[in-house]
Design a protein around this ligand. Structure first.
Ligand code: SF4
Length: 203
């Protein structure tokens, strides 16, 4: 992505009361994260291939308290941890698509990723590689479906898209994309921060 385009997108994000930052790569993105979130903060994360690729989980392990269920937790412990996400100091995730005019598109299954994004944590930090940015809403919705199909394929879900790569608006129990969310504006200025990374990251 050309820097000029990145600047235009960041300007549109700021008009919607999102904060916007530019990082050349994952390393710079991590520097921005550490500048935004004080050491010792309680944080939580939505599932994110982007965060994994930039080394987020290893690099933050000693700096923050991460709200997450312990390995092998039962349903009650998992539910408790998911609810604790709402009181995190900072919540991290990526985006499924961001339009050039600064709107952020997400889809989710259990909604444990999108719900704390919408409400709860004082700070929400979205890390998005250049592959997440698309011209308009139509392309954003197409990208979101492409990501949902790819997720189903990678995770071996029993959905029709896992078989053929196309969305069928399925009504099967394993459907992975149950909730669609578009962030158009942040009522609390700067609560939602977007780090635009000039590299391809995630799916
Ligand atoms: S609605 Fe069903 S077929 Fe379409 S992307 Fe979601 S899980 Fe796949």
């Amino acid at each position: 992505m050309e820097r000029q385009l990145a600047e235009k997108i960041m300007s549109n994000l700021r008009e919607r009361q999102f904060e916007a930052y530019y990082a050349e790569d994952g390393e710079q993105a991590m520097e921005i994260i550490f500048s935004l979130v004080p050491q010792g903060s309680r944080i939580a994360c939505g599932g994110s291939e982007t965060l994994r690729e930039i080394g987020f989980f290893e690099k933050t392990a000693d700096s923050y308290t991460v709200i997450q269920p312990a390995a092998g937790s039962g349903p009650d412990e998992v539910k408790k941890a998911m609810r604790e996400r709402f009181s995190a100091d900072a919540f991290f995730l990526s985006a499924n698509a961001i339009t050039y005019d600064g709107r952020i598109f997400q889809e989710d299954g259990a909604s444990t990723r999108v719900a704390p994004m919408i409400y709860g944590p004082d700070s929400v930090i979205i890390v998005a590689g250049e592959n997440k940015f698309v011209e308009n809403e139509q392309k954003a919705r197409a990208r979101v479906k492409m990501v949902a199909c790819e997720n189903c394929r990678r995770r071996g879900f029993a959905t029709p898209c896992a078989e053929d790569g196309y969305c069928h608006d399925c009504r099967v129990p394993g459907r992975s994309c149950c909730t669609s969310v578009t962030l158009n504006f942040s009522r609390i200025p700067g609560r939602i921060k977007v780090i635009v990374v000039g590299r391809e990251l995630g799916i």
